[in-house]
Design a protein around this ligand. Sequence first.
Ligand code: PSU
Length: 318
Amino acid sequence: MYSRCIGRQKRTFSKFLRISTQVKEALANGEGVVALESTVITHGLPYPHNLSTARSLEQKVRASGSQPATIALFDGKIHVGLDDEKLEKLASSQSAVKVSTRDIAKTLIRKEVGGTTVASTMKIAHAAGISVFATGGIGGVHRGADQTFDISADLQELSKTPVCVVCSGVKSILDIPKTVEYLETHSVNCVVYGQENVFPSFFTRKSDRKAQFNTERLEEVVELIKTSKSLGLPYGTVLACPIPEKYAADGDVIQNAIDQAVREAIEQNIASQSVTPFILARVNELTQGASMATNIALLENNASIAGRLAAKLCDRRP
Ligand code: PSU
């Protein structure tokens, strides 16, 4: 039943999917492939830092033994694996829209340039046959969600799409305890890659929550993914990787800026999909660029870990 569902999703997406030759070949040869999202390019980082980061993330994946597949929407098609011309077009677009799963169809019919979130990138990666995906942070339950009901579609997607998302947890602009609780309720595998079982909070290595378990062995994560698959479980996996120690130093400064930006977002009635981009841009201003440098460092670290994980996942040696 489960494999019939995947097959159906692949067939229905195939009319719109444009998979690059390199990604197609890597998949056909059973090599590691890592999906990369593109909201971070269109809405997360300013030009030209977004372009240089998009290139460096692809480079990190290659250097760790896998093929990168950056995902974005152009011209009524879903592109999996972008050449440099498309990366440039995406990074410099003034009109690109943020595409969560809900927005895929609308962005296709309007032929808009679209940067994919964690949710839509997972859905597309799965349809293309890619099981590992690297990003900075996942969306989560927003602070005040008991009043606003604002919960990222990333969490829903994690509960129904078997892709492993390598990230640094969620930003403390969100409600971390409720986000971790939501993941648990919806049966998402949630693993910290490191010595301690402490769920990371993006710019800093710690929150006051635990994951399901922690491991220092990617081999154990591979076993988890394979076992979930062979049980026919449809749930995704969060592999939460704390930011490397040397970049975590600015954590307190950034934390204060986040608190201020959250207050401003409430005062200015910023809502829905605009909340995260507003807060990210404001935190970067308040920290005079420190948050962006930290953000890029953790993105690169996660891309390297995902590259190693994807290579191990497809390794068929006994
Ligand atoms: N967290 C970040 N930077 C980002 C995002 C999250 O630190 O750019 C993006 C990701 O693409 C994530 C999306 O999937 O925001 C979540 O948005 P929303 O809360 O509207 O679902």
